[in-house]
Design a protein around this ligand. Sequence first.
Ligand code: PMV
Length: 324
Amino acid sequence: MIERIEVSAPGKLMLFGEHAVVYGRPCIVTAVDHRMRVMVETANDSNLELYAPEVDVAGYIEKINNLGRDDAPKGTRFVSVAVRNFFNSFGIKSGLKVKTKSDFSSEFGFGSSSAVTVGVVKALSELFEKPLNNKEIFNLSYNTILDVQGVGSGFDAAAAIWGGTIYFITGGKKIEPLAAGKLPLVVGYTGIKADTPTLVRQVANFYKENKKLVGKIFDSIENIVEEGRIALSNHDHKKLGVLMDQNQELLNELGVSSPELENLIVAARKAGAYGAKLSGAGGGDCMIAFVPKGSRKLIEKVIEEKGGKIINVRTEAQGVRLEA
Ligand code: PMV
């Protein structure tokens, strides 16, 4: 029997379609080369012992039978609910030690919760020799995310599993890898941590009160995603920039941008970006810009001058994989 496994899964950036994807529309997400590592080991007791320094969890211990309690510390929930759901699915009972290690801060909005969830499911499937295909890993991970967070489309889990750039429809109804190639992205972090569930609920309330208006915004976002899918296959970066600007306009209409995001987005455009938008739920986290080759340095400089932090990312990152 195998006793120790290490896997890693990539973070992600939303290119087009956030929020609308929660309502059955498509989105396009790309994985980035900042990875979340998950180490799992069997133990001769009936506890889960968790070390997750990036969310200030050092030696959390919980009885396997009690996993997923509502009063468990916040930083432990995705791991403990993923373990509980995996063990329940396969009727497994075992003590377990889990350690996580992230290349990126959980503040950026790169999807650390979904990357860790996917990592745990993949690692356990290897450790207990229960082979799972990508869709099965997705279903277990997505159910875990819904158990913990209550809302979400699952796009981030799909990016962590498949890697690359993917066209995704809510709940994994469609997951289609796109041959997008390397994307010339500049990423600026606002310094403000966004709370995704709060923003998703804010949009849900707006939708409830203004069904027609918000429905139209979602339709327009869907059109942008479809055009973006074609532009990505044609490697038409100029067109992708134009679509980003249009998508940002619609996100503004949904009320999810913020002065800090706008500040960095406008600065990037002025400095020559093909286009720029927020990435993810909005309210903070990161903005992204599609940039021409010669303008990268200048665009990074103006984003920093406006108070943003540049995060260097490379796209075409591999999906979840075994490390050891
Ligand atoms: O804040 P992030 O990076 O987790 O992105 C949220 C994207 C939403 O469409 C708003 C929610 C979702 O689960 O799709």
